[in-house]
Design a protein around this ligand. Structure first.
Ligand code: ATP
Ligand code: MG
Length: 505
């Protein structure tokens, strides 16, 4: 049996023929037939440029339908797709190219000269360009190369992609994902979220991350559905397009922006069948406000670069605010004590571990890190703390690395953040642990006030009195204009810890 994920997609492509695959607001359109022919042409270009089965193809380009065709071309000929965050600077690219040793680097036309220098320095043999308007040398190569019509014959261990993690807790790690990993998760999600060829996904996410690339695109391809590709999230454009799509996948910031807009009504969302959220925690308030304004309960799910999606609220049945639902079919979960590694009782907080066909096979060239996090029995230590409630729904409590241990007591930042956020005038907050001479770590809070709010440290601390045990109460409160977030909307507590590091010393 050929495990090439493209073989499965190709079946849909033949079936869907001239139906839409990707369209843009500028009127660009690729049908499923186009996806077949263009992926063959691009696979021909990759071969002509020297890429062979198993070689990495590093890609740092702006979002475009052609970038997805390139991803498909890579799958088709057995190359390993390696997308890179468009925000990475030259120095960061230098690191990734020396780490991944790709056979080809596909970059933006505007930075071609710098890219060639970096490629030469890091031993990457070829560079081509791809622009967001289908410009650049790659598309020219595809025109002139012999199409590569075959679908590479692959086994269940062959890599489809190396995807770097978001780097929220440290340096990004390259997660090695097989065709099998991606195929199993896409199949599961199509079923779990009731995707079909009738769906039209509003796609406003970046495509260098698991959410916008694998969850969105693989599910669309597996179902034979279509996508409207938007360069980024723009509230006005979203309201314009909501009547023409029926599913949206977003990070929580999409939804917090939408609920603040008076155009968000049941009428505006009447054509939609599903809103999905993930990549960072969606607050219960946003979930509830969205439902109150539209009648739609956002479906929150949980996943990560290393595993694709693991847990999801149900499609049918209650989608509960502040929870990420339960394990998807085929995915096993256990929650273990941080110290002993034994499974904890229901309701208790512990380390969330995941096992299933979706779990990656290791970190690229990091055998030790792989051994630490991917256990012999197949369970992967996610690094997130979680608990299961009486109804079987999982609550993500936060990252293990963000847990504060103050005077020997565990302090879970989310618990404190929730109480601070209730206070009138608070927009949001982040609780962190900072080095403290007596307590090991001292609890501190960074608070973002709402515009015009009249808050000071004493107001916040008074509000917490009697609501939280003394050891959980921040010893210092800082006011900041906004929380540091990366492109996926994840709060970068590392940055906050660095900034306020010397507070108690
Ligand atoms: P790094 O591993 O490099 O520190 P990262 O963990 O942020 O970065 P990703 O793989 O992009 O990189 O993100 C996965 C993480 O995102 C999860 O481990 C979890 O902490 C968080 N996450 C994803 N979905 C949710 C969700 N619905 N609720 C809460 N957290 C979520
Ligand atoms: Mg991670």
């Amino acid at each position: 049996m050929n495990h090439n994920l493209f073989a499965t997609f190709a079946t849909q492509m033949h079936k869907r023929g001239n139906a839409d695959f990707i369209t843009t607001r500028e009127g660009r359109r690729y049908s499923y037939t186009d996806a077949l022919t263009q992926s063959a042409r691009l696979a021909g270009a990759l071969t002509a440029l020297g890429v062979r089965q198993g070689d990495r193809v590093a890609v740092q380009v702006d979002k475009s339908p052609e970038a997805i065709l390139l991803y498909l071309a890579c799958l088709r000929m057995g190359g390993v797709y390696l997308p890179l965050n468009t925000g990475y600077t030259g120095d960061e690219i230098r690191y990734f190219l020396s780490d991944a040793e790709p056979a080809l680097f596909v970059c933006r036309p505007a930075v071609a000269d710098e890219a060639r220098r970096i490629a030469a320095d890091t031993g990457c043999p070829a560079v081509v360009t791809l622009g967001s308007a289908a410009d650049g040398s790659l598309m020219d190569e595809a025109e002139s190369a012999d199409p590569h019509d075959d679908i590479a014959e692959l086994n269940d261990r062959n890599l489809a992609a190396i995807l770097y993690t978001s780097g929220t807790t440290g340096r990004s790690k390259g997660a090695m994902l097989t065709h099998q990993n991606l195929a199993s998760n896409a199949e599961t999600l199509v079923d779990a979220w009731h995707f079909s060829a009738d769906d039209r996904l509003i796609h406003a996410l970046p495509i260098f991350h698991t959410h916008g690339l694998f969850v969105a695109c693989n599910v669309t391809l597996m179902a034979g559905a279509s996508m409207l590709f938007l360069p980024k999230f723009d509230v006005d454009v979203i309201f314009d397009e909501l009547p023409h799509g029926n599913v949206m996948m977003g990070v929580p910031t999409f939804y917090t922006r939408l609920v603040q807009d008076e155009r968000l009504t049941p009428e505006a969302t009447a054509n939609m069948r599903l809103f999905i959220s993930g990549s960072a925690p969606l607050t219960a308030e946003t979930h509830e406000a969205f439902e109150a304004k539209t009648g739609h309960a956002i479906l929150e799910r949980y996943g990560m670069t290393e595993t694709n999606m693991n847990l999801s609220n149900p499609y049918e049945g209650a989608r509960r605010a502040g929870t990420v639902g339960m394990p998807l079919p085929g995915v096993e979960m256990r929650i273990t004590d941080r110290e002993t590694g034994d499974e904890v009782a229901p309701g208790e907080i512990g380390m969330l571990q995941i096992r299933g066909p979706n779990v990656f096979i290791g970190y690229w060239r990091m055998p030790e890190k792989t051994r630490e996090e991917l256990l012999d029995d197949g369970f992967f230590i996610t690094g997130d703390l979680a608990l299961v409630d009486e109804q079987g729904y999982v609550h993500i409590v936060g990252r293990d690395k963000d847990l504060v241990i103050s005077g020997g007591y565990n302090v879970y930042p989310k618990e404190i953040e929730q109480v601070i956020d209730e206070l009138e005038g608070v927009s949001e907050s982040a609780v962190i642990g900072l080095p403290h001479p007596d307590f090991g770590e001292g609890v501190a809070a960074a608070v973002v006030p709402q515009p015009g709010a009249n808050l000071d440290e004493a107001t916040i601390l008074d509000h917490l009195q009697g609501k939280l045990a003394k050891y959980k109460q921040p010893k210092r409160v800082f006011f900041i204009d906004e929380l540091p977030r990366n492109t996926m909307g994840k709060v970068q507590k590392n940055e906050l810890r660095k900034r306020f590091n010397d507070t108690f010393s």
